[in-house]
Ligand binder design. Structure first.
Ligand code: CA
Length: 222
């Protein structure tokens, strides 16, 4: 999953980026409102962490522009301004949640997970498809009552396919979720991760739709 972090404070931005990477996300970090607005116009993100006080373009304006494009992407705002008014303005402008600085990285990660779950319409904590259980919070996959050892990128590929079970995801769509800007995309990486997932779980779990992409069949439809 790819997350956009918009924060002009270098120390805080760096800490958020590192923390979210550790949770297995691909993270793009933008330090001003204009760059963030451009990134949000062109890239597909699973969620945005948005500071309100930003150079060049205020966070609230970034949010208003995002919502005026009808983008349903979940947004968590960060504010140091401890005024109720700012939070109200943010929520009214289309934010889904907020955190006051300073905050705990664990709480930020947990709130993002909750937002992403809600936006995908899956309220339950565990994803279950084809006998495979994926626990996003614990970063754990269970199959036949055994924990399956997956690399962070394998986990991310499986998570993307399970969240969108029943839909075909193209290779580039999966790559977008795996790599941040500037990170080198290894060729055939997605194929290799899928190959490993089939071997570690079971071959029929992930179907290849030739020329289109990959699919995990939803339990409801099979
Ligand atoms: Ca700021």
């Amino acid at each position: 999953m790819r997350i956009l972090v918009v924060e002009d404070d270098a120390l805080l931005g760096d800490a958020i980026q590192a923390g979210l990477k550790q949770s297995g996300y691909a993270v793009d970090w933008m330090r001003d409102g204009v760059t963030a607005d451009q990134a949000l116009s062109t890239e597909a993100y699973a969620a945005v962490v948005l500071d309100l006080g930003l150079p060049r373009l205020d966070g609230l304006e970034v949010l208003r522009r995002l919502r005026s494009r009808n983008a349903p992407i979940p947004v968590l705002i960060l504010t140091a301004r401890d005024t109720v008014n700012d939070r109200i303005k943010g929520l009214d402008a289309g934010a889904d949640d907020y955190l006051l600085k300073p905050f705990d990285m664990g709480e930020l990660a947990a709130r993002l997970r909750a937002l992403i779950r809600r936006s995908s319409g899956k309220a339950e904590l565990l994803l279950q498809v084809g006998g495979v259980q994926l626990d996003h919070a614990a970063h754990r996959v269970i199959y036949r009552e055994q924990t399956v050892d997956l690399s962070p990128k394998e986990f991310a590929v499986l998570h993307a396919l399970m969240l969108d079970a029943g839909k075909v995801l193209s290779r580039s769509r999966i790559e977008e979720q795996l790599y941040a800007w500037g990170e080198e995309v290894e060729s055939n990486a997605v194929e290799v991760h899928i190959h490993h997932l089939r071997r570690k779980l079971f071959p029929e779990l992930i179907a290849t739709i030739r020329g289109v992409g990959y699919l995990i069949q939803s339990d409801k439809e099979s």
